[in-house]
Design a binder for this molecule. Structure first.
Ligand code: LIP
Length: 263
């Protein structure tokens, strides 16, 4: 039996330490370490250093757990718990000095695959504004001591968020999806960090979010925040959130968004 409360205590402690390291490294100056899937898909030395810190702290505390992180090799583990980690979500923001990025840490059980895992606890910590979003399965989603609840959309329309992939060849399709969703929208935001977009849906700061091309570590923690705040999360009809599509919103808006995205 997994004690999600204990996992959350560990995740909160590590996320705060990791977030402070990321913030400090940003003030010292950021060095590009490499490019990945495209020239625009970058990783900084800080991404790698922060992920290593998180990985080391988790291994010291729970040596039998698995690890799935953006910047290092996956480790299966034997405990049934896998940590899914994006050390600095919003890497391009971070590299440009835009203070909108987060440490995203989730603990899941079952297969380390979004299609089948069960998220047990989640932390999304954005160090510049010192906001720590957290949730454990069945225990609600929280920002500090405030319990989070997704919004209900008004006649003014929905405040939607989305993102665009690093591969320019995908941008036409992304823009076409934006065009299809705009009849639902009062306005659109593109802030550059999926975990914070999802946390903001959970907090009612956004009415809905959709993005194609996300990786498991981009949405693992934010997804639990959304569902524990009364929202719905999914992808293609009947599918889990993931590379094909990730959609998050309150129940009514979710169905309308998915219908238009599937046209
Ligand atoms: C980013 C996501 C963002 C998406 C970017 C990128 P990263 O993750 O948070 O929503 O639009 O393409 O995937 O690379 O900063 O960890």
């Amino acid at each position: 039996m997994v004690d999600a409360g204990q996992l959350q205590i560990l995740a909160v402690d590590i996320a705060r330490e990791a977030g402070e390291l990321a913030r400090r490294r940003r003030t010292e100056g950021v060095a590009l370490a490499a490019t990945k899937s495209s020239l625009a898909d970058i990783v900084t030395e800080a991404d790698r250093e922060v992920e290593q810190l998180i990985r080391d702290r988790l291994a010291a505390a729970r040596p039998d757990d698995g690890f799935l992180g953006e910047e290092s090799d996956p480790h299966p583990g034997t405990s049934g718990v896998t940590w899914v980690v994006d050390p600095i979500d919003g890497t391009v923001n971070y590299a440009y000095g835009i203070p909108h990025y987060a440490v995203s840490i989730a603990a899941v059980t079952g297969e380390p695959d979004p299609a089948g895992w069960i998220a047990q606890t989640a932390v999304v910590y954005t160090p510049v504004v010192d906001e720590l979003f957290r949730a454990s399965r069945g225990e609600g989603a929280w920002l500090g001591e405030r319990r989070l609840q997704v919004s209900t959309v008004t006649d003014a329309g929905a405040l939607l968020a989305t993102g665009f992939g690093y591969d320019p060849a995908t941008h036409d399709g992304d823009i076409a999806r934006v065009r299809r969703l705009m009849p639902l929208a009062r306005d659109l935001r593109r802030a550059g960090a999926a975990s914070l977009d999802l946390a903001y849906v959970a907090a009612g700061r956004l009415d809905g979010y959709f993005e194609r091309g996300l990786k498991p570590w981009d949405h693992a923690a934010g997804a639990l925040l959304v569902t524990e705040a009364g929202g719905r999360l999914g992808g293609r009809p009947g599918g889990a959130p993931g590379a094909d599509m990730t959609i998050a919103a309150g129940p009514e808006l979710f169905d309308r968004m998915r219908e238009l995205l599937e046209q």
